[in-house]
Design a protein around this ligand. Sequence first.
Ligand code: ASP
Length: 438
Amino acid sequence: MSTIVSKFGGTSLADADQFKKVAAIIKSDANRRFIVPSAPGRSKAHDHKITDLLYLCHSHVTQSLPFDDVFGHVAERYKGIVADANVKIELGPKLKEIRTRIKGGASSDYAASRGEYLSGMILAAMLDIPFVDAAEVVRFREGGKLDSDATQKAMEKRLGPLERAVVPGFYGSKPDGEICVFTRGGSDVTGALLARGVDADVYENWTDVSGLRMADPRVVPNPERIDTVTYRELRELSYMGATVLHDEAVFPVRQAGIPVHIRNTNKPRDPGTRILHEAAPNDRFGGLSGIAGKRDFTVLAIEKALMNQELGFGRRVLDVVASHGISYEHTPTGIDSLSVVIDSEQIEGKLDSVLKDLRAQLNPDVLEVFPNMALIAVVGRGMAHRPGVAARVFAALADDRINVRMIDQGSSEINIILGVETRDFERAVRAIYNAFVE
Ligand code: ASP
Protein backbone atom coordinates (compact mmCIF):
# COMPACT_ATOMS: atom_id res chain seq x y z
CA MET A 1 0.00 0.00 0.00
CA SER A 2 1.26 3.44 -0.78
CA THR A 3 0.33 6.79 0.66
CA ILE A 4 -1.10 9.58 -1.43
CA VAL A 5 -1.82 13.06 -0.15
CA SER A 6 -4.51 14.69 -2.30
CA LYS A 7 -5.12 18.41 -2.19
CA PHE A 8 -8.21 19.84 -3.87
CA GLY A 9 -8.33 23.49 -4.89
CA GLY A 10 -11.20 25.96 -4.64
CA THR A 11 -12.75 25.31 -8.04
CA SER A 12 -12.66 21.57 -7.29
CA LEU A 13 -14.95 22.25 -4.32
CA ALA A 14 -17.04 25.14 -5.60
CA ASP A 15 -20.43 23.44 -5.22
CA ALA A 16 -22.18 20.16 -4.40
CA ASP A 17 -21.43 18.60 -7.79
CA GLN A 18 -17.77 19.35 -7.37
CA PHE A 19 -17.78 17.86 -3.85
CA LYS A 20 -19.29 14.72 -5.36
CA LYS A 21 -16.57 14.54 -8.00
CA VAL A 22 -13.94 14.93 -5.32
CA ALA A 23 -15.50 12.20 -3.18
CA ALA A 24 -15.58 9.86 -6.19
CA ILE A 25 -11.90 10.54 -6.92
CA ILE A 26 -10.93 9.83 -3.31
CA LYS A 27 -12.97 6.65 -3.18
CA SER A 28 -11.50 5.37 -6.44
CA ASP A 29 -8.08 4.78 -4.86
CA ALA A 30 -7.69 3.53 -1.29
CA ASN A 31 -4.15 4.93 -1.25
CA ARG A 32 -5.58 8.46 -1.18
CA ARG A 33 -5.31 8.51 2.57
CA PHE A 34 -4.78 12.15 3.48
CA ILE A 35 -7.00 14.81 1.98
CA VAL A 36 -6.46 18.57 2.03
CA PRO A 37 -9.41 20.69 0.88
CA SER A 38 -9.50 24.40 -0.01
CA ALA A 39 -12.47 26.64 0.59
CA PRO A 40 -15.10 26.69 -2.19
CA GLY A 41 -13.91 28.90 -5.02
CA ARG A 42 -15.58 30.38 -8.06
CA SER A 43 -17.83 28.43 -10.39
CA LYS A 44 -20.26 29.26 -13.17
CA ALA A 45 -23.02 29.82 -10.63
CA HIS A 46 -20.88 31.54 -8.02
CA ASP A 47 -18.87 34.67 -8.68
CA HIS A 48 -17.21 34.77 -5.30
CA LYS A 49 -14.58 32.80 -3.50
CA ILE A 50 -15.63 31.95 0.03
CA THR A 51 -12.25 33.15 1.33
CA ASP A 52 -12.84 36.61 -0.18
CA LEU A 53 -16.26 36.77 1.46
CA LEU A 54 -14.83 35.81 4.82
CA TYR A 55 -12.18 38.51 4.60
CA LEU A 56 -15.00 40.87 3.71
CA CYS A 57 -16.98 39.82 6.81
CA HIS A 58 -13.98 40.65 8.94
CA SER A 59 -13.42 44.07 7.37
CA HIS A 60 -17.11 44.93 7.82
CA VAL A 61 -16.77 44.22 11.51
CA THR A 62 -13.63 46.33 11.84
CA GLN A 63 -15.49 49.22 10.14
CA SER A 64 -18.52 48.65 12.40
CA LEU A 65 -20.70 47.82 9.40
CA PRO A 66 -23.39 45.14 9.41
CA PHE A 67 -22.07 41.93 7.81
CA ASP A 68 -25.18 39.78 7.83
CA ASP A 69 -25.58 39.88 4.05
CA VAL A 70 -22.05 38.77 3.36
CA PHE A 71 -22.07 36.11 6.03
CA GLY A 72 -25.46 35.01 4.73
CA HIS A 73 -23.87 34.25 1.33
CA VAL A 74 -21.21 32.15 3.00
CA ALA A 75 -23.74 30.22 5.05
CA GLU A 76 -26.00 29.66 2.03
CA ARG A 77 -23.17 28.30 -0.09
CA TYR A 78 -22.27 25.70 2.54
CA LYS A 79 -25.86 24.80 3.33
CA GLY A 80 -26.46 24.33 -0.40
CA ILE A 81 -23.50 21.97 -0.66
CA VAL A 82 -24.62 19.92 2.34
CA ALA A 83 -28.21 19.67 1.10
CA ASP A 84 -27.45 18.95 -2.56
CA ALA A 85 -24.71 16.46 -1.87
CA ASN A 86 -26.84 14.89 0.84
CA VAL A 87 -24.18 15.07 3.55
CA LYS A 88 -25.05 14.01 7.07
CA ILE A 89 -23.75 16.93 9.04
CA GLU A 90 -25.36 19.59 11.21
CA LEU A 91 -23.71 22.81 10.07
CA GLY A 92 -26.02 25.25 11.90
CA PRO A 93 -24.16 25.37 15.25
CA LYS A 94 -20.77 25.69 13.54
CA LEU A 95 -21.91 28.57 11.36
CA LYS A 96 -23.40 30.24 14.39
CA GLU A 97 -20.20 29.94 16.35
CA ILE A 98 -18.12 31.31 13.48
CA ARG A 99 -20.52 34.22 13.04
CA THR A 100 -20.38 35.05 16.73
CA ARG A 101 -16.61 34.95 16.84
CA ILE A 102 -16.17 37.14 13.77
CA LYS A 103 -18.71 39.56 15.17
CA GLY A 104 -16.85 39.55 18.47
CA GLY A 105 -13.66 40.78 16.80
CA ALA A 106 -11.82 37.58 15.89
CA SER A 107 -8.76 38.14 13.68
CA SER A 108 -8.92 38.26 9.89
CA ASP A 109 -6.83 35.08 9.80
CA TYR A 110 -9.43 33.31 11.90
CA ALA A 111 -12.24 34.54 9.63
CA ALA A 112 -10.43 33.53 6.44
CA SER A 113 -9.49 30.10 7.77
CA ARG A 114 -13.10 29.07 8.35
CA GLY A 115 -13.59 28.46 4.63
CA GLU A 116 -11.18 25.53 4.65
CA TYR A 117 -12.36 24.43 8.07
CA LEU A 118 -15.96 24.02 6.90
CA SER A 119 -14.92 22.37 3.61
CA GLY A 120 -12.93 19.88 5.64
CA MET A 121 -15.79 19.16 8.00
CA ILE A 122 -18.15 18.49 5.11
CA LEU A 123 -15.73 16.33 3.18
CA ALA A 124 -14.85 14.29 6.25
CA ALA A 125 -18.55 13.64 6.92
CA MET A 126 -19.19 12.78 3.30
CA LEU A 127 -16.38 10.23 3.20
CA ASP A 128 -16.62 9.09 6.79
CA ILE A 129 -12.94 9.87 7.37
CA PRO A 130 -11.63 11.45 10.60
CA PHE A 131 -11.29 15.25 10.56
CA VAL A 132 -8.06 16.66 12.00
CA ASP A 133 -8.03 20.40 12.59
CA ALA A 134 -5.08 22.04 10.82
CA ALA A 135 -4.55 24.13 13.97
CA GLU A 136 -3.26 20.94 15.63
CA VAL A 137 -0.66 20.08 13.02
CA VAL A 138 0.39 23.21 11.10
CA ARG A 139 2.49 25.38 13.38
CA PHE A 140 3.44 29.01 12.97
CA ARG A 141 5.87 31.05 15.02
CA GLU A 142 4.71 34.04 17.03
CA GLY A 143 5.45 36.46 14.17
CA GLY A 144 3.42 34.45 11.68
CA LYS A 145 6.22 32.53 9.96
CA LEU A 146 5.79 28.83 9.42
CA ASP A 147 7.60 26.66 11.97
CA SER A 148 8.57 23.87 9.65
CA ASP A 149 10.15 21.59 12.28
CA ALA A 150 7.32 21.92 14.77
CA THR A 151 4.86 21.22 11.96
CA GLN A 152 6.75 18.10 10.91
CA LYS A 153 6.82 16.80 14.49
CA ALA A 154 3.16 17.56 15.10
CA MET A 155 2.15 15.83 11.88
CA GLU A 156 4.20 12.73 12.60
CA LYS A 157 2.72 12.47 16.07
CA ARG A 158 -0.90 13.22 15.27
CA LEU A 159 -1.25 11.71 11.80
CA GLY A 160 1.26 8.88 12.03
CA PRO A 161 -1.15 6.55 13.87
CA LEU A 162 -4.08 7.39 11.56
CA GLU A 163 -5.09 5.34 8.56
CA ARG A 164 -6.77 8.31 6.91
CA ALA A 165 -7.67 11.93 7.65
CA VAL A 166 -9.06 15.12 6.18
CA VAL A 167 -6.92 18.13 7.15
CA PRO A 168 -8.11 21.55 5.96
CA GLY A 169 -5.65 23.67 3.96
CA PHE A 170 -4.45 27.26 4.32
CA TYR A 171 -4.19 27.68 8.10
CA GLY A 172 -2.54 26.55 11.28
CA SER A 173 -1.91 27.97 14.72
CA LYS A 174 0.66 30.00 16.63
CA PRO A 175 2.12 28.91 19.98
CA ASP A 176 -0.63 30.80 21.83
CA GLY A 177 -3.29 28.94 19.88
CA GLU A 178 -4.25 31.87 17.63
CA ILE A 179 -5.17 30.90 14.08
CA CYS A 180 -2.70 31.98 11.39
CA VAL A 181 -3.02 31.62 7.60
CA PHE A 182 -0.53 31.31 4.75
CA THR A 183 -0.63 33.82 1.91
CA ARG A 184 -3.39 33.35 -0.65
CA GLY A 185 -3.44 30.00 -2.37
CA GLY A 186 -1.77 28.53 0.71
CA SER A 187 -3.65 25.23 0.77
CA ASP A 188 -0.98 24.05 -1.64
CA VAL A 189 1.53 24.61 1.14
CA THR A 190 -0.52 22.62 3.65
CA GLY A 191 -0.72 19.75 1.16
CA ALA A 192 3.03 19.80 0.62
CA LEU A 193 3.76 19.90 4.36
CA LEU A 194 1.36 17.06 4.92
CA ALA A 195 2.94 15.01 2.14
CA ARG A 196 6.28 15.42 3.88
CA GLY A 197 4.72 14.89 7.33
CA VAL A 198 3.23 11.49 6.49
CA ASP A 199 6.10 10.57 4.16
CA ALA A 200 3.79 10.25 1.17
CA ASP A 201 4.73 8.52 -2.06
CA VAL A 202 2.97 11.18 -4.11
CA TYR A 203 1.50 14.60 -3.52
CA GLU A 204 -1.50 15.01 -5.79
CA ASN A 205 -2.60 18.55 -6.46
CA TRP A 206 -6.09 18.51 -7.98
CA THR A 207 -7.17 21.63 -9.81
CA ASP A 208 -9.23 22.69 -12.84
CA VAL A 209 -6.59 22.23 -15.53
CA SER A 210 -5.03 19.03 -16.82
CA GLY A 211 -1.53 20.02 -15.79
CA LEU A 212 0.99 22.56 -16.91
CA ARG A 213 1.11 23.72 -20.50
CA MET A 214 4.26 24.26 -22.51
CA ALA A 215 3.31 27.90 -23.01
CA ASP A 216 0.67 30.34 -21.85
CA PRO A 217 -2.59 29.43 -23.66
CA ARG A 218 -3.38 33.15 -23.95
CA VAL A 219 -0.33 33.48 -26.17
CA VAL A 220 -0.06 30.10 -27.91
CA PRO A 221 -3.37 28.53 -28.92
CA ASN A 222 -3.91 25.16 -27.29
CA PRO A 223 -0.33 24.45 -26.22
CA GLU A 224 0.83 20.91 -25.49
CA ARG A 225 0.66 19.64 -21.94
CA ILE A 226 3.92 19.14 -20.08
CA ASP A 227 4.09 15.51 -19.14
CA THR A 228 7.04 15.66 -16.76
CA VAL A 229 8.99 18.56 -15.40
CA THR A 230 11.79 18.71 -12.85
CA TYR A 231 11.67 20.92 -9.77
CA ARG A 232 14.41 23.09 -11.19
CA GLU A 233 12.58 23.58 -14.47
CA LEU A 234 9.43 24.38 -12.60
CA ARG A 235 11.27 27.01 -10.63
CA GLU A 236 12.47 28.66 -13.85
CA LEU A 237 9.03 28.51 -15.43
CA SER A 238 7.15 29.81 -12.43
CA TYR A 239 9.65 32.57 -11.82
CA MET A 240 8.78 33.70 -15.32
CA GLY A 241 5.09 33.71 -14.65
CA ALA A 242 3.79 30.18 -15.16
CA THR A 243 1.51 29.58 -12.19
CA VAL A 244 0.89 26.12 -10.85
CA LEU A 245 1.79 25.71 -7.24
CA HIS A 246 2.18 28.25 -4.47
CA ASP A 247 5.92 29.08 -4.33
CA GLU A 248 6.31 27.85 -0.78
CA ALA A 249 4.64 24.55 -1.62
CA VAL A 250 7.57 23.37 -3.65
CA PHE A 251 10.14 23.43 -0.88
CA PRO A 252 8.85 20.74 1.55
CA VAL A 253 8.16 18.13 -1.13
CA ARG A 254 11.30 18.89 -3.05
CA GLN A 255 13.34 18.55 0.12
CA ALA A 256 11.69 15.24 0.95
CA GLY A 257 12.00 13.93 -2.60
CA ILE A 258 8.26 13.49 -3.02
CA PRO A 259 6.91 13.81 -6.57
CA VAL A 260 3.99 16.12 -7.23
CA HIS A 261 1.22 15.21 -9.62
CA ILE A 262 -0.98 18.02 -10.96
CA ARG A 263 -4.38 16.68 -11.97
CA ASN A 264 -7.77 17.87 -13.16
CA THR A 265 -10.80 17.19 -10.94
CA ASN A 266 -13.09 17.65 -13.94
CA LYS A 267 -11.09 15.25 -16.09
CA PRO A 268 -9.67 12.72 -13.67
CA ARG A 269 -8.55 10.41 -16.48
CA ASP A 270 -6.24 13.01 -17.98
CA PRO A 271 -2.62 12.19 -17.25
CA GLY A 272 -1.74 15.57 -15.72
CA THR A 273 1.79 16.80 -15.10
CA ARG A 274 4.37 15.14 -12.90
CA ILE A 275 6.98 17.20 -11.08
CA LEU A 276 10.03 15.11 -10.25
CA HIS A 277 13.53 15.54 -8.93
CA GLU A 278 15.12 14.22 -12.04
CA ALA A 279 13.87 13.09 -15.38
CA ALA A 280 15.32 12.09 -18.71
CA PRO A 281 15.50 14.92 -21.25
CA ASN A 282 12.39 15.59 -23.23
CA ASP A 283 13.06 13.99 -26.61
CA ARG A 284 9.66 14.62 -28.01
CA PHE A 285 10.09 18.36 -28.45
CA GLY A 286 13.81 18.64 -29.08
CA GLY A 287 14.64 19.07 -25.41
CA LEU A 288 12.14 21.86 -24.77
CA SER A 289 10.02 21.55 -21.63
CA GLY A 290 8.29 24.89 -21.72
CA ILE A 291 8.45 28.58 -22.50
CA ALA A 292 7.42 31.27 -20.07
CA GLY A 293 7.83 34.98 -20.12
CA LYS A 294 7.10 38.25 -18.43
CA ARG A 295 6.58 41.74 -19.72
CA ASP A 296 7.51 45.02 -18.14
CA PHE A 297 11.19 44.95 -17.46
CA THR A 298 13.51 47.94 -17.63
CA VAL A 299 17.10 47.44 -18.72
CA LEU A 300 19.87 49.80 -17.69
CA ALA A 301 22.71 49.35 -20.16
CA ILE A 302 26.11 50.63 -19.11
CA GLU A 303 29.21 50.83 -21.25
CA LYS A 304 32.67 51.90 -20.23
CA ALA A 305 35.97 51.30 -21.97
CA LEU A 306 38.18 48.89 -20.03
CA MET A 307 35.39 48.17 -17.58
CA ASN A 308 36.83 44.70 -17.18
CA GLN A 309 39.95 46.14 -15.57
CA GLU A 310 38.16 48.39 -13.12
CA LEU A 311 38.05 46.58 -9.81
CA GLY A 312 34.61 46.32 -8.25
CA PHE A 313 32.76 47.97 -11.14
CA GLY A 314 29.89 45.48 -11.18
CA ARG A 315 29.59 45.56 -7.43
CA ARG A 316 29.33 49.33 -7.39
CA VAL A 317 26.61 49.29 -10.07
CA LEU A 318 24.61 46.83 -8.01
CA ASP A 319 25.27 48.81 -4.83
CA VAL A 320 23.66 51.86 -6.44
CA VAL A 321 20.66 49.79 -7.46
CA ALA A 322 20.35 48.25 -4.00
CA SER A 323 20.76 51.59 -2.24
CA HIS A 324 17.45 52.61 -3.85
CA GLY A 325 15.76 49.56 -2.41
CA ILE A 326 15.57 47.90 -5.83
CA SER A 327 16.32 44.24 -6.40
CA TYR A 328 17.47 43.20 -9.85
CA GLU A 329 16.69 40.13 -11.94
CA HIS A 330 19.66 39.59 -14.24
CA THR A 331 22.98 41.16 -15.11
CA PRO A 332 24.13 40.12 -18.57
CA THR A 333 27.67 41.33 -19.21
CA GLY A 334 30.03 41.93 -22.10
CA ILE A 335 33.70 42.87 -21.93
CA ASP A 336 33.06 46.59 -21.60
CA SER A 337 29.34 46.49 -20.98
CA LEU A 338 27.01 45.49 -18.25
CA SER A 339 23.21 45.57 -18.17
CA VAL A 340 20.97 45.40 -15.19
CA VAL A 341 17.51 44.00 -15.77
CA ILE A 342 14.91 45.27 -13.32
CA ASP A 343 11.22 44.66 -12.89
CA SER A 344 9.74 48.00 -14.07
CA GLU A 345 7.45 48.24 -11.09
CA GLN A 346 10.50 48.25 -8.79
CA ILE A 347 12.14 51.20 -10.44
CA GLU A 348 9.03 53.30 -10.95
CA GLY A 349 9.54 56.81 -9.63
CA LYS A 350 13.21 56.09 -8.88
CA LEU A 351 14.71 55.96 -12.37
CA ASP A 352 16.07 59.51 -12.48
CA SER A 353 17.83 59.28 -9.16
CA VAL A 354 19.28 55.85 -9.99
CA LEU A 355 20.69 57.22 -13.27
CA LYS A 356 22.09 60.24 -11.51
CA ASP A 357 23.89 58.08 -8.96
CA LEU A 358 25.20 55.70 -11.60
CA ARG A 359 26.66 58.61 -13.56
CA ALA A 360 28.19 60.16 -10.47
CA GLN A 361 29.69 56.99 -9.09
CA LEU A 362 30.76 55.10 -12.20
CA ASN A 363 31.35 57.72 -14.82
CA PRO A 364 30.18 55.48 -17.68
CA ASP A 365 30.79 56.21 -21.36
CA VAL A 366 27.22 55.28 -22.22
CA LEU A 367 24.22 54.83 -19.98
CA GLU A 368 21.03 53.87 -21.76
CA VAL A 369 17.58 52.88 -20.56
CA PHE A 370 15.35 50.42 -22.40
CA PRO A 371 12.03 50.64 -20.65
CA ASN A 372 9.83 48.19 -22.51
CA MET A 373 11.53 44.89 -22.40
CA ALA A 374 10.02 41.46 -22.05
CA LEU A 375 11.94 38.41 -20.93
CA ILE A 376 11.36 34.95 -22.28
CA ALA A 377 12.72 31.82 -20.65
CA VAL A 378 13.18 28.80 -22.88
CA VAL A 379 13.42 25.92 -20.44
CA GLY A 380 14.46 22.32 -20.91
CA ARG A 381 16.56 19.93 -18.87
CA GLY A 382 19.77 18.93 -20.57
CA MET A 383 19.22 21.67 -23.11
CA ALA A 384 22.66 23.16 -22.78
CA HIS A 385 24.29 19.89 -23.82
CA ARG A 386 22.19 19.51 -26.87
CA PRO A 387 23.68 20.93 -30.02
CA GLY A 388 21.42 23.09 -32.09
CA VAL A 389 18.95 24.21 -29.43
CA ALA A 390 20.12 27.81 -29.40
CA ALA A 391 20.35 27.82 -33.18
CA ARG A 392 16.76 26.70 -33.39
CA VAL A 393 15.59 29.44 -31.02
CA PHE A 394 17.46 32.21 -32.78
CA ALA A 395 16.62 31.00 -36.28
CA ALA A 396 12.94 31.00 -35.38
CA LEU A 397 13.17 34.56 -34.11
CA ALA A 398 15.20 35.72 -37.09
CA ASP A 399 12.72 34.14 -39.51
CA ASP A 400 10.00 36.14 -37.84
CA ARG A 401 12.15 39.28 -37.94
CA ILE A 402 12.17 39.60 -34.17
CA ASN A 403 15.08 41.48 -32.76
CA VAL A 404 16.70 39.84 -29.73
CA ARG A 405 17.92 42.58 -27.43
CA MET A 406 19.50 40.49 -24.75
CA ILE A 407 20.66 36.92 -24.18
CA ASP A 408 21.44 35.37 -20.83
CA GLN A 409 22.23 31.74 -20.51
CA GLY A 410 24.05 32.12 -17.23
CA SER A 411 25.64 28.98 -15.94
CA SER A 412 22.35 27.18 -15.67
CA GLU A 413 22.11 24.37 -18.12
CA ILE A 414 18.36 24.35 -18.28
CA ASN A 415 17.37 27.66 -19.72
CA ILE A 416 18.10 30.41 -22.16
CA ILE A 417 16.72 33.80 -21.25
CA LEU A 418 16.03 36.28 -24.02
CA GLY A 419 15.04 39.90 -23.91
CA VAL A 420 12.81 41.31 -26.64
CA GLU A 421 10.78 44.49 -27.00
CA THR A 422 7.44 44.14 -25.25
CA ARG A 423 5.60 44.61 -28.53
CA ASP A 424 7.38 41.53 -29.96
CA PHE A 425 6.77 39.39 -26.90
CA GLU A 426 3.83 37.27 -28.01
CA ARG A 427 5.15 36.79 -31.52
CA ALA A 428 8.49 35.67 -30.11
CA VAL A 429 6.93 33.09 -27.80
CA ARG A 430 4.86 31.68 -30.64
CA ALA A 431 7.85 31.55 -32.98
CA ILE A 432 9.94 29.61 -30.46
CA TYR A 433 7.09 27.29 -29.58
CA ASN A 434 6.42 26.49 -33.21
CA ALA A 435 10.07 25.84 -33.90
CA PHE A 436 10.11 23.04 -31.33
CA VAL A 437 6.60 21.71 -31.22
CA GLU A 438 4.92 22.13 -34.56
N1 ASP B 1 -8.82 29.58 0.17
C1 ASP B 1 -7.54 30.21 0.15
C2 ASP B 1 -7.48 31.24 -0.95
O1 ASP B 1 -8.46 31.48 -1.62
C3 ASP B 1 -6.43 29.24 0.10
C4 ASP B 1 -6.43 28.29 -1.06
O2 ASP B 1 -7.44 28.13 -1.72
O3 ASP B 1 -5.41 27.67 -1.31
O4 ASP B 1 -6.46 31.83 -1.15
